[in-house]
Write a protein that binds this ligand. Sequence first.
Ligand code: ZN
Length: 300
Amino acid sequence: MKTQRFGDISVQKVLDGVENFKAVIAFPEIDLEVFNQHKNWIEPFYDFAKKTIRISMHSYVISTPEINIIVDTCIGNDKNRVGNGPIYKANADVLAHWNLRESAYLQNLNNIGLRAEDIDYVMCTHLHADHVGWNTRLENNRWIPTFPNAKYLFSPDELASISQESNNPYDQYTKLVYEDSVLPVIEAGQSILIDNGLDLGKGIHLLPTPGHSPGHYCIEIESVKHKGILTGDILHNPIQVNYPGLSTMFCADKTQSNEQRIKLVDQLTDTETIVLAAHFCGSTAGRIISNNDSREFLLI
Ligand SMILES: [Zn+2]
């Protein structure tokens, strides 16, 4: 992704990896024919031969003249993500890739000119396993915060929810994820609970968007001339801009998730706002435009 600029705020992408999910598993209600109908623009995001969606796992680094904020920390290295339940078995081909990984994420961070020590804030849009992994890293058999000088922003609703039962298959990993990627940060005294008064500086706004998970946030970035939005997991694949009523199996509250997505896609269509989704692959940044009676996501 090219560096996106919003006045004196910039956004860069740091890749952890790209996964392929079976589309019918990710979107239980999908008719695969929709990909054929939108082949002219959906091709970078869908493998027509394998019927899989390409899911990028990446962070965004928002840099202002004062601070660096890293948003979502992907899957991480060395994490135990093997489960035993039926939902794990149904998705084992994908989820096994998340176990004991060795990705070049920190090198990729260095490649954009930053060290872990340069990060001032870590913002997880939500606390699913693929958004908190690099919160910590393994050192001498202990999980320690990857970003030693950062404050980590956690949603109170999200923290409360990870101890509850839900339909989200990744919640089978809740205990593992909490213990290796959230609790060590809290114990290190580096966590802050998000509240209404939280100010990350001019032009950066946290937008509560519960649905995919109870305490999900989007992040809006605004300068005098340019606007962008980090949409977290409101969107997983660009096909959803044309079918915003399409939830994934990973959405905790399907109805609320659909409502958030429909509202957001309506607001963004045919505007200049740059959409920066948590899982869109390739050059990633783009805009939602209408084309006759359908909508498309166009990479920029
Ligand atoms: Zn995700």
